[in-house]
Design a protein around this ligand. Structure first.
Ligand code: FE2
Length: 530
Protein backbone atom coordinates (compact mmCIF):
# COMPACT_ATOMS: atom_id res chain seq x y z
CA UNK A 1 0.00 0.00 0.00
CA UNK A 2 1.41 3.40 -0.91
CA UNK A 3 1.73 6.05 1.70
CA UNK A 4 -0.80 8.14 -0.25
CA UNK A 5 -3.50 5.48 0.02
CA UNK A 6 -2.58 4.99 3.70
CA UNK A 7 -3.23 8.68 4.19
CA UNK A 8 -6.57 8.41 2.39
CA UNK A 9 -7.64 5.51 4.63
CA UNK A 10 -6.51 7.48 7.68
CA UNK A 11 -8.47 10.52 6.53
CA UNK A 12 -11.55 8.41 5.90
CA UNK A 13 -11.29 6.79 9.33
CA UNK A 14 -10.98 10.23 10.88
CA UNK A 15 -14.05 11.42 8.93
CA UNK A 16 -16.06 8.37 10.08
CA UNK A 17 -14.98 9.02 13.68
CA UNK A 18 -16.04 12.66 13.37
CA UNK A 19 -19.38 11.73 11.82
CA UNK A 20 -20.04 9.16 14.57
CA UNK A 21 -19.23 11.77 17.19
CA UNK A 22 -21.48 14.35 15.49
CA UNK A 23 -24.21 11.76 15.26
CA UNK A 24 -23.92 10.96 18.99
CA UNK A 25 -24.07 14.65 19.76
CA UNK A 26 -27.10 15.18 17.53
CA UNK A 27 -28.91 12.23 19.11
CA UNK A 28 -28.13 13.54 22.54
CA UNK A 29 -29.37 17.00 21.49
CA UNK A 30 -32.64 15.54 20.18
CA UNK A 31 -32.89 13.66 23.50
CA UNK A 32 -32.62 16.96 25.38
CA UNK A 33 -35.18 18.52 23.09
CA UNK A 34 -37.54 15.66 23.80
CA UNK A 35 -37.18 15.55 27.56
CA UNK A 36 -37.46 19.33 27.88
CA UNK A 37 -40.35 19.44 25.45
CA UNK A 38 -42.36 17.20 27.74
CA UNK A 39 -41.87 19.29 30.87
CA UNK A 40 -44.63 21.85 31.30
CA UNK A 41 -44.03 23.07 34.82
CA UNK A 42 -41.79 26.15 34.72
CA UNK A 43 -40.35 25.47 38.19
CA UNK A 44 -39.23 22.03 37.06
CA UNK A 45 -38.36 23.07 33.50
CA UNK A 46 -35.71 25.64 34.42
CA UNK A 47 -33.55 23.37 36.61
CA UNK A 48 -33.94 20.68 33.96
CA UNK A 49 -32.79 23.03 31.18
CA UNK A 50 -29.78 24.07 33.24
CA UNK A 51 -28.82 20.53 34.22
CA UNK A 52 -29.15 19.32 30.64
CA UNK A 53 -27.04 22.18 29.31
CA UNK A 54 -24.34 21.42 31.90
CA UNK A 55 -24.41 17.73 31.03
CA UNK A 56 -24.40 18.32 27.30
CA UNK A 57 -21.55 20.80 27.36
CA UNK A 58 -19.72 19.02 30.17
CA UNK A 59 -19.68 22.08 32.43
CA UNK A 60 -19.20 21.85 36.17
CA UNK A 61 -21.84 24.44 37.06
CA UNK A 62 -24.57 26.42 35.39
CA UNK A 63 -26.55 29.43 36.58
CA UNK A 64 -29.53 31.25 35.14
CA UNK A 65 -29.62 34.97 35.94
CA UNK A 66 -32.66 37.11 35.31
CA UNK A 67 -32.34 40.85 34.94
CA UNK A 68 -34.36 43.36 36.95
CA UNK A 69 -34.06 46.51 34.82
CA UNK A 70 -35.80 48.72 37.37
CA UNK A 71 -33.29 47.91 40.09
CA UNK A 72 -30.47 47.47 37.56
CA UNK A 73 -29.62 44.15 39.13
CA UNK A 74 -29.29 40.48 38.28
CA UNK A 75 -30.72 37.72 40.41
CA UNK A 76 -30.25 33.99 40.23
CA UNK A 77 -33.31 32.07 39.12
CA UNK A 78 -31.49 28.77 39.19
CA UNK A 79 -27.93 28.12 40.31
CA UNK A 80 -26.27 24.76 40.72
CA UNK A 81 -24.52 24.55 44.06
CA UNK A 82 -26.64 27.27 45.67
CA UNK A 83 -29.78 25.29 46.47
CA UNK A 84 -32.81 27.52 46.88
CA UNK A 85 -30.73 30.51 47.93
CA UNK A 86 -30.79 33.43 45.45
CA UNK A 87 -28.03 35.91 44.78
CA UNK A 88 -28.49 39.52 43.74
CA UNK A 89 -25.71 41.36 42.00
CA UNK A 90 -25.48 44.81 40.48
CA UNK A 91 -25.97 44.79 36.71
CA UNK A 92 -22.90 46.89 36.10
CA UNK A 93 -20.62 44.44 37.88
CA UNK A 94 -18.93 41.45 36.33
CA UNK A 95 -19.08 39.48 33.13
CA UNK A 96 -22.75 38.43 33.36
CA UNK A 97 -23.76 42.10 33.54
CA UNK A 98 -21.51 42.80 30.56
CA UNK A 99 -23.22 40.08 28.54
CA UNK A 100 -26.69 41.32 29.50
CA UNK A 101 -25.91 44.97 28.74
CA UNK A 102 -24.14 44.34 25.42
CA UNK A 103 -26.12 41.26 24.29
CA UNK A 104 -22.79 39.56 23.49
CA UNK A 105 -21.77 36.02 24.39
CA UNK A 106 -18.71 35.87 26.68
CA UNK A 107 -16.37 32.88 26.30
CA UNK A 108 -13.13 32.98 28.32
CA UNK A 109 -10.57 30.23 29.05
CA UNK A 110 -9.61 31.79 32.39
CA UNK A 111 -12.03 34.12 34.15
CA UNK A 112 -9.50 35.36 36.74
CA UNK A 113 -7.28 36.76 33.99
CA UNK A 114 -10.05 39.13 32.95
CA UNK A 115 -10.27 42.32 35.05
CA UNK A 116 -14.03 42.48 34.44
CA UNK A 117 -14.62 39.18 36.27
CA UNK A 118 -16.37 39.61 39.62
CA UNK A 119 -15.16 36.99 42.08
CA UNK A 120 -17.75 37.83 44.79
CA UNK A 121 -19.87 34.73 44.05
CA UNK A 122 -16.79 32.48 44.15
CA UNK A 123 -15.94 33.95 47.54
CA UNK A 124 -19.48 33.41 48.75
CA UNK A 125 -19.76 29.82 47.58
CA UNK A 126 -16.14 28.67 47.93
CA UNK A 127 -16.10 27.66 44.27
CA UNK A 128 -13.18 28.36 41.95
CA UNK A 129 -14.19 29.57 38.48
CA UNK A 130 -11.84 28.76 35.63
CA UNK A 131 -13.33 28.69 32.12
CA UNK A 132 -16.57 30.59 31.66
CA UNK A 133 -19.27 30.80 28.97
CA UNK A 134 -22.09 33.34 29.30
CA UNK A 135 -24.99 33.49 26.86
CA UNK A 136 -27.64 36.24 27.00
CA UNK A 137 -31.28 35.13 27.10
CA UNK A 138 -33.74 36.95 24.84
CA UNK A 139 -37.51 36.85 24.87
CA UNK A 140 -39.65 36.77 21.72
CA UNK A 141 -39.69 40.58 21.55
CA UNK A 142 -35.88 40.38 21.26
CA UNK A 143 -35.48 41.97 24.69
CA UNK A 144 -32.74 40.62 26.95
CA UNK A 145 -34.29 39.04 30.03
CA UNK A 146 -31.20 37.48 31.57
CA UNK A 147 -28.19 35.26 30.94
CA UNK A 148 -27.01 31.70 31.38
CA UNK A 149 -23.56 31.22 32.84
CA UNK A 150 -21.64 27.96 32.47
CA UNK A 151 -18.51 27.41 34.51
CA UNK A 152 -15.49 25.13 34.16
CA UNK A 153 -15.68 22.91 31.14
CA UNK A 154 -14.49 19.51 32.44
CA UNK A 155 -12.81 18.54 29.18
CA UNK A 156 -10.80 21.47 27.90
CA UNK A 157 -12.25 24.86 27.04
CA UNK A 158 -15.68 25.93 25.81
CA UNK A 159 -15.75 25.81 22.02
CA UNK A 160 -17.58 27.86 19.40
CA UNK A 161 -19.93 24.89 18.97
CA UNK A 162 -20.69 24.86 22.73
CA UNK A 163 -21.55 28.51 22.37
CA UNK A 164 -23.94 27.92 19.48
CA UNK A 165 -25.65 24.95 21.13
CA UNK A 166 -26.20 26.78 24.41
CA UNK A 167 -27.55 29.84 22.59
CA UNK A 168 -30.04 27.58 20.80
CA UNK A 169 -31.23 25.67 23.89
CA UNK A 170 -31.41 28.81 25.97
CA UNK A 171 -33.45 30.83 23.49
CA UNK A 172 -35.78 27.96 22.75
CA UNK A 173 -36.69 26.69 26.19
CA UNK A 174 -36.06 29.36 28.74
CA UNK A 175 -38.13 31.98 26.99
CA UNK A 176 -40.79 29.41 26.07
CA UNK A 177 -41.19 28.72 29.75
CA UNK A 178 -41.17 32.33 30.83
CA UNK A 179 -43.27 34.13 28.26
CA UNK A 180 -45.16 31.90 25.91
CA UNK A 181 -46.91 33.07 22.81
CA UNK A 182 -47.22 31.17 19.59
CA UNK A 183 -47.90 33.03 16.39
CA UNK A 184 -47.92 32.44 12.68
CA UNK A 185 -44.36 33.60 12.35
CA UNK A 186 -42.84 31.04 14.71
CA UNK A 187 -45.16 28.33 13.39
CA UNK A 188 -43.82 29.15 9.91
CA UNK A 189 -40.23 29.00 11.18
CA UNK A 190 -40.99 25.62 12.69
CA UNK A 191 -42.44 24.25 9.47
CA UNK A 192 -39.37 25.53 7.64
CA UNK A 193 -37.11 23.74 10.11
CA UNK A 194 -39.10 20.52 9.70
CA UNK A 195 -38.93 20.74 5.91
CA UNK A 196 -35.17 21.14 6.06
CA UNK A 197 -34.82 18.30 8.53
CA UNK A 198 -36.94 15.78 6.66
CA UNK A 199 -36.11 17.29 3.23
CA UNK A 200 -39.67 17.32 2.05
CA UNK A 201 -41.39 19.62 -0.44
CA UNK A 202 -44.27 20.88 1.67
CA UNK A 203 -45.31 21.07 5.28
CA UNK A 204 -48.63 22.00 6.91
CA UNK A 205 -49.59 22.67 10.47
CA UNK A 206 -53.28 22.07 11.23
CA UNK A 207 -55.15 22.95 14.41
CA UNK A 208 -58.14 20.84 15.37
CA UNK A 209 -61.43 22.64 15.96
CA UNK A 210 -63.58 20.21 17.94
CA UNK A 211 -66.69 22.36 17.79
CA UNK A 212 -67.14 22.11 14.04
CA UNK A 213 -65.06 18.98 13.43
CA UNK A 214 -62.53 20.64 11.15
CA UNK A 215 -58.81 21.05 10.75
CA UNK A 216 -57.61 24.56 10.05
CA UNK A 217 -54.15 25.47 8.66
CA UNK A 218 -52.04 27.81 10.74
CA UNK A 219 -49.20 27.51 8.28
CA UNK A 220 -49.19 25.68 5.00
CA UNK A 221 -46.31 26.10 2.61
CA UNK A 222 -47.20 26.27 -1.05
CA UNK A 223 -50.64 27.79 -0.44
CA UNK A 224 -49.32 31.35 -0.83
CA UNK A 225 -50.85 32.64 2.39
CA UNK A 226 -54.27 31.08 1.74
CA UNK A 227 -55.73 29.24 4.68
CA UNK A 228 -57.63 26.02 4.27
CA UNK A 229 -60.15 24.18 6.40
CA UNK A 230 -60.59 20.44 6.03
CA UNK A 231 -63.36 18.29 7.38
CA UNK A 232 -62.08 15.84 9.96
CA UNK A 233 -63.96 13.11 8.10
CA UNK A 234 -61.79 13.49 5.02
CA UNK A 235 -58.30 12.42 4.07
CA UNK A 236 -55.11 11.48 5.82
CA UNK A 237 -54.90 14.51 8.14
CA UNK A 238 -58.49 13.92 9.31
CA UNK A 239 -57.81 10.28 9.98
CA UNK A 240 -54.72 11.11 12.03
CA UNK A 241 -56.70 13.71 13.99
CA UNK A 242 -59.41 11.17 14.78
CA UNK A 243 -57.26 8.13 15.58
CA UNK A 244 -54.25 9.89 17.09
CA UNK A 245 -52.02 7.46 15.15
CA UNK A 246 -49.31 8.64 12.75
CA UNK A 247 -49.49 7.64 9.07
CA UNK A 248 -46.62 7.18 6.62
CA UNK A 249 -48.03 6.58 3.13
CA UNK A 250 -45.53 6.04 0.34
CA UNK A 251 -47.90 6.28 -2.65
CA UNK A 252 -51.00 8.23 -1.76
CA UNK A 253 -52.83 7.77 -5.07
CA UNK A 254 -52.80 4.01 -4.46
CA UNK A 255 -54.33 4.53 -1.01
CA UNK A 256 -58.09 4.93 -0.60
CA UNK A 257 -57.65 6.99 2.59
CA UNK A 258 -56.16 9.87 0.60
CA UNK A 259 -58.55 12.69 -0.34
CA UNK A 260 -57.63 14.16 -3.76
CA UNK A 261 -59.83 17.25 -3.55
CA UNK A 262 -57.08 19.57 -2.19
CA UNK A 263 -54.69 18.46 -4.98
CA UNK A 264 -57.44 19.11 -7.49
CA UNK A 265 -58.04 22.59 -6.07
CA UNK A 266 -54.37 23.58 -5.85
CA UNK A 267 -53.04 21.74 -8.91
CA UNK A 268 -50.31 20.16 -6.78
CA UNK A 269 -49.48 16.46 -7.07
CA UNK A 270 -48.99 14.73 -3.71
CA UNK A 271 -46.83 11.60 -3.86
CA UNK A 272 -46.06 10.55 -0.29
CA UNK A 273 -47.24 11.82 3.12
CA UNK A 274 -45.93 11.60 6.65
CA UNK A 275 -48.59 12.81 9.07
CA UNK A 276 -48.18 12.98 12.85
CA UNK A 277 -50.74 13.98 15.53
CA UNK A 278 -49.95 16.81 17.95
CA UNK A 279 -50.97 15.68 21.44
CA UNK A 280 -50.88 17.46 24.76
CA UNK A 281 -49.64 16.13 28.08
CA UNK A 282 -52.82 14.12 28.70
CA UNK A 283 -52.92 12.62 25.20
CA UNK A 284 -55.61 14.96 23.85
CA UNK A 285 -55.20 15.69 20.13
CA UNK A 286 -54.63 19.39 19.42
CA UNK A 287 -53.80 19.23 15.73
CA UNK A 288 -51.82 17.52 13.02
CA UNK A 289 -48.47 18.07 11.36
CA UNK A 290 -48.27 16.91 7.78
CA UNK A 291 -45.21 16.70 5.55
CA UNK A 292 -45.61 15.94 1.86
CA UNK A 293 -43.30 14.59 -0.87
CA UNK A 294 -39.93 13.60 0.48
CA UNK A 295 -37.42 14.97 -2.00
CA UNK A 296 -35.45 11.79 -2.56
CA UNK A 297 -37.77 8.86 -2.04
CA UNK A 298 -40.07 8.16 0.89
CA UNK A 299 -40.16 9.19 4.55
CA UNK A 300 -38.00 7.06 6.83
CA UNK A 301 -38.37 5.97 10.46
CA UNK A 302 -35.88 8.60 11.53
CA UNK A 303 -38.00 11.31 9.80
CA UNK A 304 -40.90 10.06 11.84
CA UNK A 305 -38.97 10.05 15.11
CA UNK A 306 -37.79 13.61 14.43
CA UNK A 307 -41.31 14.75 13.67
CA UNK A 308 -42.69 13.10 16.81
CA UNK A 309 -40.08 14.94 18.90
CA UNK A 310 -41.02 18.24 17.36
CA UNK A 311 -44.74 17.70 17.83
CA UNK A 312 -44.21 17.30 21.58
CA UNK A 313 -42.86 20.85 21.58
CA UNK A 314 -45.60 22.15 19.32
CA UNK A 315 -48.23 20.80 21.72
CA UNK A 316 -46.71 22.86 24.53
CA UNK A 317 -46.70 25.96 22.31
CA UNK A 318 -50.38 25.51 21.46
CA UNK A 319 -51.47 24.89 25.05
CA UNK A 320 -49.45 27.76 26.42
CA UNK A 321 -50.64 30.09 23.69
CA UNK A 322 -54.26 29.23 24.43
CA UNK A 323 -53.68 29.83 28.11
CA UNK A 324 -51.85 33.07 27.36
CA UNK A 325 -54.65 34.50 25.22
CA UNK A 326 -57.28 33.49 27.78
CA UNK A 327 -55.33 35.20 30.56
CA UNK A 328 -54.76 38.24 28.38
CA UNK A 329 -58.48 38.54 27.65
CA UNK A 330 -59.28 38.23 31.34
CA UNK A 331 -56.66 40.83 32.24
CA UNK A 332 -57.94 43.33 29.66
CA UNK A 333 -61.56 42.86 30.70
CA UNK A 334 -60.62 43.56 34.33
CA UNK A 335 -58.86 46.77 33.26
CA UNK A 336 -61.86 47.84 31.21
CA UNK A 337 -64.15 47.33 34.20
CA UNK A 338 -61.73 49.25 36.46
CA UNK A 339 -61.68 52.16 33.97
CA UNK A 340 -65.45 52.16 33.58
CA UNK A 341 -65.97 52.12 37.36
CA UNK A 342 -63.97 55.35 37.73
CA UNK A 343 -65.73 57.07 34.85
CA UNK A 344 -69.08 56.02 36.35
CA UNK A 345 -68.42 58.19 39.41
CA UNK A 346 -69.83 60.99 37.28
CA UNK A 347 -72.38 60.50 34.45
CA UNK A 348 -70.65 63.25 32.43
CA UNK A 349 -67.34 61.39 32.36
CA UNK A 350 -68.84 58.00 31.47
CA UNK A 351 -66.76 56.47 28.69
CA UNK A 352 -63.94 59.04 29.16
CA UNK A 353 -61.13 56.53 29.78
CA UNK A 354 -62.20 54.27 26.94
CA UNK A 355 -62.42 57.23 24.53
CA UNK A 356 -59.00 58.52 25.63
CA UNK A 357 -57.68 55.02 24.96
CA UNK A 358 -59.17 54.99 21.44
CA UNK A 359 -57.65 58.39 20.62
CA UNK A 360 -54.26 57.49 22.14
CA UNK A 361 -54.08 54.23 20.19
CA UNK A 362 -55.24 56.08 17.06
CA UNK A 363 -52.38 58.58 17.50
CA UNK A 364 -49.87 55.79 18.17
CA UNK A 365 -50.96 53.94 15.04
CA UNK A 366 -50.63 57.10 12.94
CA UNK A 367 -47.12 57.54 14.34
CA UNK A 368 -46.17 53.94 13.48
CA UNK A 369 -45.88 52.56 17.04
CA UNK A 370 -45.28 48.81 17.37
CA UNK A 371 -47.57 46.32 19.08
CA UNK A 372 -45.75 46.32 22.44
CA UNK A 373 -45.75 50.12 22.66
CA UNK A 374 -49.46 50.29 21.79
CA UNK A 375 -50.15 47.69 24.44
CA UNK A 376 -48.36 49.75 27.11
CA UNK A 377 -50.18 52.89 25.98
CA UNK A 378 -53.53 51.08 26.00
CA UNK A 379 -53.19 50.11 29.67
CA UNK A 380 -51.81 53.49 30.73
CA UNK A 381 -54.71 55.21 28.92
CA UNK A 382 -57.37 52.98 30.43
CA UNK A 383 -56.10 53.56 33.96
CA UNK A 384 -54.74 57.13 33.68
CA UNK A 385 -57.48 58.56 35.91
CA UNK A 386 -57.82 55.57 38.21
CA UNK A 387 -56.48 57.69 41.09
CA UNK A 388 -59.82 59.55 41.05
CA UNK A 389 -61.00 56.69 43.21
CA UNK A 390 -59.33 58.61 46.05
CA UNK A 391 -61.03 61.97 45.25
CA UNK A 392 -64.32 62.90 46.88
CA UNK A 393 -67.31 62.59 44.51
CA UNK A 394 -68.64 65.98 45.70
CA UNK A 395 -65.56 67.68 44.25
CA UNK A 396 -65.57 65.59 41.06
CA UNK A 397 -69.23 66.38 40.39
CA UNK A 398 -69.17 70.03 41.48
CA UNK A 399 -71.34 72.02 39.06
CA UNK A 400 -69.05 75.08 39.18
CA UNK A 401 -65.37 75.90 38.86
CA UNK A 402 -63.24 74.47 41.66
CA UNK A 403 -61.59 76.49 44.42
CA UNK A 404 -57.75 76.33 44.49
CA UNK A 405 -57.93 73.92 47.47
CA UNK A 406 -60.39 71.67 45.67
CA UNK A 407 -58.24 71.79 42.55
CA UNK A 408 -55.23 70.63 44.59
CA UNK A 409 -57.24 67.64 45.79
CA UNK A 410 -58.21 66.76 42.20
CA UNK A 411 -54.59 67.17 41.07
CA UNK A 412 -53.58 64.53 43.58
CA UNK A 413 -55.34 61.86 41.47
CA UNK A 414 -52.21 61.37 39.36
CA UNK A 415 -50.12 60.50 42.43
CA UNK A 416 -52.79 58.06 43.56
CA UNK A 417 -52.85 56.54 40.04
CA UNK A 418 -49.08 56.07 40.23
CA UNK A 419 -49.20 54.44 43.68
CA UNK A 420 -51.96 52.05 42.66
CA UNK A 421 -50.29 51.07 39.38
CA UNK A 422 -46.98 50.52 41.16
CA UNK A 423 -48.70 48.06 43.45
CA UNK A 424 -50.13 46.08 40.54
CA UNK A 425 -48.04 43.08 39.61
CA UNK A 426 -47.69 43.88 35.91
CA UNK A 427 -45.41 41.89 33.62
CA UNK A 428 -42.06 43.27 32.53
CA UNK A 429 -43.28 44.74 29.27
CA UNK A 430 -45.66 47.01 31.21
CA UNK A 431 -42.98 48.37 33.55
CA UNK A 432 -43.40 51.95 32.22
CA UNK A 433 -47.21 52.00 32.55
CA UNK A 434 -47.32 53.76 35.95
CA UNK A 435 -44.85 56.46 34.85
CA UNK A 436 -46.65 57.07 31.54
CA UNK A 437 -50.06 57.25 33.22
CA UNK A 438 -48.93 59.49 36.07
CA UNK A 439 -47.49 62.15 33.73
CA UNK A 440 -50.69 62.71 31.74
CA UNK A 441 -51.17 66.23 33.21
CA UNK A 442 -47.57 67.32 32.72
CA UNK A 443 -47.16 69.97 30.01
CA UNK A 444 -44.15 70.64 27.78
CA UNK A 445 -43.61 74.19 29.10
CA UNK A 446 -43.50 72.96 32.71
CA UNK A 447 -46.90 74.43 33.64
CA UNK A 448 -48.50 71.02 34.29
CA UNK A 449 -48.67 68.84 37.39
CA UNK A 450 -47.79 67.04 39.65
CA UNK A 451 -44.08 67.81 39.18
CA UNK A 452 -44.09 70.59 36.58
CA UNK A 453 -41.49 68.77 34.49
CA UNK A 454 -40.73 70.00 30.97
CA UNK A 455 -40.69 68.54 27.44
CA UNK A 456 -37.45 66.52 27.65
CA UNK A 457 -38.43 64.83 30.90
CA UNK A 458 -42.00 63.91 29.96
CA UNK A 459 -42.27 60.41 28.42
CA UNK A 460 -43.49 60.62 24.82
CA UNK A 461 -46.35 58.24 25.57
CA UNK A 462 -47.54 60.61 28.32
CA UNK A 463 -47.56 63.47 25.80
CA UNK A 464 -49.89 61.32 23.66
CA UNK A 465 -52.14 60.71 26.66
CA UNK A 466 -52.25 64.46 27.39
CA UNK A 467 -53.43 65.36 23.90
CA UNK A 468 -55.96 62.47 23.84
CA UNK A 469 -57.20 63.42 27.33
CA UNK A 470 -57.57 67.16 26.58
CA UNK A 471 -59.32 66.46 23.26
CA UNK A 472 -61.75 64.02 24.91
CA UNK A 473 -62.47 66.43 27.76
CA UNK A 474 -63.04 69.39 25.40
CA UNK A 475 -65.44 67.49 23.16
CA UNK A 476 -67.55 66.24 26.09
CA UNK A 477 -70.06 68.16 28.23
CA UNK A 478 -68.84 69.24 31.66
CA UNK A 479 -70.80 70.44 34.69
CA UNK A 480 -69.63 74.00 34.12
CA UNK A 481 -69.71 74.17 30.26
CA UNK A 482 -71.10 72.59 27.11
CA UNK A 483 -69.05 70.37 24.80
CA UNK A 484 -66.80 71.97 22.14
CA UNK A 485 -67.05 70.83 18.54
CA UNK A 486 -64.06 68.86 17.27
CA UNK A 487 -62.97 71.93 15.22
CA UNK A 488 -63.02 74.12 18.35
CA UNK A 489 -61.16 71.45 20.29
CA UNK A 490 -58.42 71.22 17.61
CA UNK A 491 -58.19 75.05 17.56
CA UNK A 492 -57.69 75.02 21.32
CA UNK A 493 -54.99 72.32 21.08
CA UNK A 494 -53.24 74.10 18.20
CA UNK A 495 -53.11 77.35 20.14
CA UNK A 496 -50.58 75.60 22.40
CA UNK A 497 -48.92 73.36 19.79
CA UNK A 498 -45.19 73.18 20.49
CA UNK A 499 -45.75 75.06 23.79
CA UNK A 500 -47.84 72.77 26.00
CA UNK A 501 -48.60 69.97 23.55
CA UNK A 502 -46.47 68.15 21.00
CA UNK A 503 -47.28 69.38 17.45
CA UNK A 504 -46.71 65.97 15.80
CA UNK A 505 -49.12 64.35 18.22
CA UNK A 506 -51.83 66.91 17.45
CA UNK A 507 -51.27 66.33 13.71
CA UNK A 508 -51.52 62.55 14.22
CA UNK A 509 -54.78 62.93 16.18
CA UNK A 510 -56.19 65.19 13.46
CA UNK A 511 -55.30 62.65 10.80
CA UNK A 512 -56.80 59.80 12.83
CA UNK A 513 -59.93 61.84 13.57
CA UNK A 514 -60.34 62.77 9.88
CA UNK A 515 -60.11 59.15 8.74
CA UNK A 516 -62.52 57.87 11.35
CA UNK A 517 -65.10 60.61 10.91
CA UNK A 518 -65.56 59.59 7.28
CA UNK A 519 -65.49 55.86 7.82
CA UNK A 520 -68.63 53.88 8.62
CA UNK A 521 -66.79 51.47 10.85
CA UNK A 522 -66.26 54.08 13.58
CA UNK A 523 -63.18 53.91 15.79
CA UNK A 524 -60.94 50.92 15.93
CA UNK A 525 -61.16 48.74 18.99
CA UNK A 526 -57.98 49.45 20.98
CA UNK A 527 -58.03 45.87 22.28
CA UNK A 528 -57.51 44.41 18.86
CA UNK A 529 -53.81 45.07 19.35
CA UNK A 530 -53.52 42.88 22.37
FE1 FE2 B 1 -56.51 63.07 34.72
Amino acid sequence: MTSKSEDTVKNLKEKVRQLASENRRLKSFIGIDKSLGLERDIDRLLPLVMTKISEFLDAERSTLFLVDWERMSLWTKFAQGLGKETINIKLKMGLVGLSVITGETVNLPNAYEDPRFNSDIDELTGFRTESILIVPVYNRQSEIIGAVELLNKNTGLFTKEDQEVSERIVSKFIDDGLTEKVNKQNAAELIHEIRQFTSCARGSFFILNRQNGSLHTIVSEGLKGREISLSINLGVAGLVAITGEWLNIQDVYADSRFDRSTDEKTGYRTRCILCVPIKNHSGEILGVLETINKKNGTFSNSDMEALKTLTANIAIHIENATLFSEQNRQFKSILKVMAASIDAKDPLTAGHSENVTKYAIGIATELGFGETERDVLCIAALLHDYGKIGVDDIILKKPARLTPQEYDIVKNHVRITKNILNKMSLSRKYRTVSLVASCHHELMDGSGYPDGITADDIPFMSKILTVADVFEALTADRHYRKAHTSEQAFEELEKYAGIKYDSNIIRALKSFWGKNQTSDSGFEDPFRYS
